[in-house]
Design a protein around this ligand. Structure first.
Ligand SMILES: CC(C)(COP(=O)(O)OP(=O)(O)OC[C@H]1O[C@@H](n2cnc3c(N)ncnc32)[C@H](O)[C@@H]1OP(=O)(O)O)[C@@H](O)C(=O)NCCC(=O)NCCS
Length: 173
């Protein structure tokens, strides 16, 4: 891999928002202003630890990562850093830009004595899975579960329960 020696990593700043939204559009193939701008605003808030980073190549943002630190989520006592998004300009890939961002994040977290960095990857994104595998990520000792709150079988079970409880309960639902 031919590394970019001039690449520099720094904290995400307000001036990066437009460039990051444009970068993301090149990565995912469509603009996601409504999704990304609130996330970026959140990442730039002055409260808490600002963990999000940008990597510059030739003086311009070439990649970014959005990360935050959670305290006491899901019953965990120790702080956990969550890597929400990572992306590198499709034209500038395989030159180590993602790795230098991740290295910087790892150093920043280690300095804060944060010992867990967590992320979620779509099963349908083998490129990202390969990247995280290479960077030493392994499946976490917890399962990520999801459900459709309006699933017909769940509704049917609820209705059956209400039926079993009698007419009053059914009338009140
Ligand atoms: C995954 C991604 C961040 C890697 O960025 P990058 O700057 O090219 O990564 P690096 O050059 O630091 O590569 C580090 C390692 O990751 C692996 N890797 C990177 N890109 C890869 C790819 N396309 N396929 C397989 N492995 C890959 C390589 O094994 C590389 O190891 P090497 O040093 O042995 O070559 C980049 O491909 C990307 O942005 N993908 C899209 C991510 C996405 O969908 N994000 C969500 C929306 S923003």
């Amino acid at each position: 891999m031919d590394l970019f020696p001039s690449a520099t990593v720094r904290s995400l700043e307000a001036k990066d928002v437009d460039a990051v939204v444009a970068l993301d559009a090149r990565i995912v193939g469509r603009r996601r202003d409504g999704y990304l701008r609130p996330k970026l605003a959140e990442a730039l808030k002055d409260v808490g630890i600002r963990a999000s980073l940008v990597v510059e190549h030739d003086g311009r943002p070439a990649g970014f990562l959005l990360a935050k630190v959670w305290y006491g989520e899901f019953g965990e006592l120790d702080p956990v850093a969550v890597l929400d998004t990572i992306g590198v300009d499709p034209l500038l890939r395989s030159h180590g830009l993602a790795t230098v961002m991740l290295d910087q994040l790892r150093m920043n977290l280690a300095a804060l004595d944060i010992r867990t960095l967590r992320t979620e990857v779509s099963w349908r994104n083998p490129e990202l899975l390969t990247f995280f595998h290479r960077e030493g990520f392994v499946p976490a000792q917890r399962l990520c579960l999801e459900a459709d709150p309006a699933a017909p079988e769940v509704r049917a079970r609820r209705e059956a329960r209400l039926e079993a409880q009698g007419g009053d309960a059914v009338a009140a639902r």
